[in-house]
Each structure stands twice: as C-alpha cells, then as structure tokens.
Design a protein. Structure first.
Length: 167
C-alpha cells in the first residue's frame, strides 16, 4: 500500500513531467507570439497606478510572514518526523490548515476594508481575536466602528476585534 508521502511525490513528479514535456514541445514561434501578445495587451491597458503603503504596514506584514514561515516550518518538521505520534501529526496538520485558512481570511478582510473605506490595512487573526491596523493619520472612531461591524459580519460567532490607526 502506498503512503501519503509517496502519493504526493508521485503526483507532483507527474505534474512536473507533464509541464516539462509541454514546455519542450512548444515551438519557439508560438512562445514568441504569446510573449509579444502579452506585452502588446499590457501596453494597451497600461494605466499608471501608484500605490504607496505605509512603512508600518510593510513592517507588520514582513514580521507576520516571518513568524508564519517559522511556525509552518516547525509544523512541517513534526509532520515529517517518523518518531512523532499520529495525534501529534494530526494536530500539526490541523494547525497548518488553520494557518492557511487564516491567511486567506486576513487577505479577504484587508481587501474588503480597502474597497469599503479606501484605507490600507493589516489584519491579523489569532483564535477569536482580530487585530486591524489602518494606515491613516486621522483617528476616526466612526470609521473604526464601521470596520469592526464590517469584519464581524463575516463571522457567525463573536470575535474580539481591535482597530488601531497608524499614520
């Protein structure tokens, strides 16, 4: 019987093999025409949009990314450890799933805040706590309350949401 690790290896190897065969068999002319079409399309639709993000938000994102990568690495180590028990591996797998799920939710909430209030933000979800950092010099309690309501609408259970303004 094949184990999960072997199955993943075979699946990924097959995918890489198919993609490499496709890349080798594609003609250079087709590849060149695809590249020129893409550049022409981007030149036609080139609108210059400059967005600058607060250095505070950038540093928060970098710090969060580093913490998440370290945690994922330790969880993956547990998953690949032969001496770890089945329960430990299940817990590590569930934690990885939660991390990935929270990352998606954080990005979704940041996008929602951007669309609704035209504010750059950083969202961090940890258990039932959601911390929102908004890049704005104006500290407006009305906007903060509206952001809290907007985020709470996404969840069925009560979440503890804090909004912080950084300018």
């Amino acid at each position: 019987m094949i184990n999960k690790q072997g199955l993943w290896f075979v699946t990924l190897f097959s995918l890489i093999l198919v993609l490499s065969i496709y890349y080798v068999t594609i003609k250079d002319d087709d590849l060149l025409s695809i590249a020129t079409n893409a550049t022409e399309a981007s030149e036609k639709n080139s609108e210059v949009v400059e967005t600058t993000e607060s250095s505070v938000l950038v540093s928060l994102r970098v710090k969060d990314e580093e913490e998440m990568m370290a945690e994922m690495e330790s969880l993956q180590t547990i998953l690949l450890d032969d001496t770890a028990s089945l329960q430990e591996k299940n817990d590590a797998y569930n934690s990885l799933q939660t991390l990935n799920s929270n990352k998606g939710k954080e990005e979704k909430l940041e996008q929602k805040i951007k669309e609704a209030y035209q504010l750059d933000s950083f969202v961090k979800i940890k258990n039932d706590q959601i911390n929102v950092t908004v890049a704005s010099k104006e500290h407006n309690s009305t906007i903060a309350n509206n952001i809290i309501r907007t985020i709470q609408e996404e969840y069925d259970q009560k979440m503890y949401i804090t909004v912080k303004f950084q300018g």
